[in-house]
Ligand binder design. Sequence first.
Ligand code: 13P
Ligand code: SF4
Length: 419
Amino acid sequence: MLSSKQEGILLTTGLNRDRRRILPITEIEHSAFCKTEDELPSKPLVEEFNVNIRWQQIPVEYLHLTADELDIRIGEARAKLGDEVIILGHHYQREEVIKYADLQGDSYLLSKYAASHSQSKYIVFCGVHFMAETARTLCSDSQQVILPNITAGCSMADMAPTEDVLDAWDDLKQILDEDESIVPITYMNSTAEIKALCGRNNGIVCTSSNAAAVMRWAFERGRRILFMPDQHLGRNTGIALGIGLDEMIVWNPFKPLGGHTPEEIRNSKIILWQGHCSVHTRFTVRQINSARERHPGINVIVHPECTMETVQAADINGSTETIIKSINESAPGSKWAVGTEISLVNRLAKNNPDKTIFCLDPVVCPCSTMYRIHPAYLSWVLDRLVEGEVVNEIKVSSETKKYANIALQRMLEVTSASN
Ligand code: 13P
Ligand code: SF4
């Protein structure tokens, strides 16, 4: 039997919200580039267009250029633009793009760099949409941030659309009394609007390298956490902090009250948004066992966006920076099976020829949104800048920027206090 308060809650929850909820298109397209050969050389864009995903249309002249021709064009445009432009490259970018990056890094490092380089008028962000938005949020108003291909989103970030999160937040506020406070945490891999929601509601942003410190901070301020959008990072971090699986529930945005009773919600310590990374959830315990059988003594290192079972079966789990550091600093001759994006794994193998390094997944599946930054797009945005035109500028409203910044600054404070 429902109490009258519970009935009132149900009346105002997803039960009578008739918005059509569908899987993000980036999730449907996530295996677009999967193949079985090891190499991933860039082909002229017109050939890559054969992969059936949404691509941004750009002038025809860029479609037929080979990687070598694009190389020359990009080099010329860069030389003309000088210090006006900085190019930032996320570790998951393809080789033909990352070679132009003034700085390579994870999403956190790149955004911090953008914020501290106010002398560069244009920031060309070779990564995905939420990263460019974060750079936009942190850098000064006199700078402009450009994402070379506007369709380069992130399927995980797309799993937490603003309306669904606002609905969930309203539901939670109705169910939980003041003294049963809840702190929203959003992973960096989310839109600026979700970061702003956290900023407005005493919440915070985290990355995969500081999620534990951020969760501790949140538990000092509230009895429970809403963790968005990656259920796996949230669960793996909760377990590392000693939270039981029975104290964590998964919020399914497709169901009223996330699929829970008010009592289940009140009894939870962490409410995990039902989102995931399509790349990292491909890594399995079976792949780990197979790597260990084939290479006794091998080190298995995975990203915490992998499932709990995979993280627990691995020897080490950590952010992209942790993975890079662990492998680069390991002894010559050591062996590594790696559970993260293939472009980074291939680069680690190339830069550490004295070690055995391979991807856990035998199928080569680059992140299909990161992979959309083809060098032709980079060439196009730089050429337009040479002509004085800014294309694909990423904008964030001043209101969203203000509150997203609050949540990001809280994270920076927590991170510097815990280091
Ligand atoms: P980083 O936070 O390590 O940059 O990772 C971002 C990401 O998209 C991982 O899948
Ligand atoms: Fe998003 Fe996963 Fe790609 Fe990272 S690897 S950008 S989380 S889809």
